[in-house]
Write a protein that binds this ligand. Structure first.
Ligand SMILES: NC(=O)C1=CN([C@@H]2O[C@H](COP(=O)(O)OP(=O)(O)OC[C@H]3O[C@@H](n4cnc5c(N)ncnc54)[C@H](OP(=O)(O)O)[C@@H]3O)[C@@H](O)[C@H]2O)C=CC1
Ligand SMILES: O=C(O)C1=N[C@H](C(=O)O)C[C@H](O)C1
Length: 257
């Protein structure tokens, strides 16, 4: 754990999970941004009070699904704005956070299942396309050190697809499977099948496969390097204080038309 005390004019950022695969490039990105100030870097053994001692105004959570809810609750309780990249923020967890935010109306929280603009666009395109195809399934592919499945991005994409199909009056994809003792058909997320691949050499990849009579459309996004996420991390930190309440998805901060 390290922290430094400086002037409070710029957002003063504390990064949780600072030594992780996302935390390390995020530390570099915030340190390189002239309009942001990095005041604390926390690991799993550091007490959350370190954030307050450092005088942080903003918290960036890049930890694990089991720790993220209490980290965010602590920050909100102390009036700090929060940008969350950690996965695992289910409907239930977001509902609890929204209720907490009702008592802190000045606080902004961004939960971004994916900070990559390319990935956010791919999910939006997939949701748009899903209105026009009978079948849709998601295949997410990640490095084998990832602790959660399916990915937060796949869960978010499934939610967007389900909402778009419901609006268009479409039901779930056709599927004659009646015998699947080993779960080969994957997880059902908001009525959409999601398949998770874990393979050494991968970083983060997703395909949304859409099928109609005689044709297939595949919408694929590849993150080859965690640098892909840093513009979105910085956008989140720069914007979150001006967006009180809970925003789910970086698309809430982008003008996608
Ligand atoms: N939104 C997005 O665009 C992206 C999101 N992610 C998500 O971000 C999260 C982090 O990913 P990644 O960096 O790859 O994971 P890592 O496992 O590399 O890093 C996780 C970090 O969390 C810290 N940590 C572990 N347990 C706790 C705890 N109980 N309390 C506080 N901190 C803890 C660890 O600290 P220590 O080392 O001190 O133990 C570690 O530095 C994941 O949920 C992942 O899915 C990942 C990439 C992009
Ligand atoms: O753990 C990862 O690596 C990633 N996690 C996020 C997720 O769960 O969607 C974002 C991206 O897929 C990389």
């Amino acid at each position: 754990m390290t922290f430094s005390a400086e002037t409070p004019s710029r957002p003063r950022v504390a990064i949780l999970g600072a030594s992780g695969k996302m935390g390390r490039p995020a530390v570099e990105a915030v340190e390189s941004a002239a309009d942001l100030e990095l005041v604390a870097q926390l690991g799993s053994s550091d007490p959350l009070e370190t954030i307050l001692e450092a005088g942080a105004t903003h918290v960036l959570d890049l930890t694990v699904p089991d720790a993220s809810p209490q980290n965010v609750a602590f920050a909100v309780e102390h009036g700090l704005h929060v940008v969350v990249g950690t996965s695992g923020w289910s409907d239930d967890r977001r509902a609890v956070l929204s209720r907490q935010l009702d008592s802190h109306p000045q606080v902004g929280v961004l939960i971004a299942p994916n900070f990559s603009v390319g990935s956010v666009l791919a999910s939006a395109f997939a949701a748009q396309a899903a209105r026009y195809f009978e079948s849709v399934e998601i295949v997410e592919m990640h490095h084998p050190d990832k602790v959660d499945a399916p990915s937060g991005t796949a869960v978010r994409t499934a939610g967007l697809i389900a909402a778009s199909r419901a609006e268009a009056g479409l039901g779930s994809s056709p599927d004659a499977t009646t015998h699947d003792p080993d779960g080969a058909r994957g997880a059902l997320v908001d009525g959409v099948r999601v398949h998770a691949v874990r393979l050494r050499g991968l970083v983060a990849h997703q395909e949304v496969m859409l099928g109609g009579p005689g044709e297939q459309l595949v919408i694929r996004h590849d993150a080859f390097d965690r640098g892909a996420y840093m513009p979105g991390v910085l956008l989140g930190l720069r914007t979150v204080a001006s967006r009180p309440g809970l925003t789910y998805g970086l698309d809430g901060y982008l003008d996608l038309g």
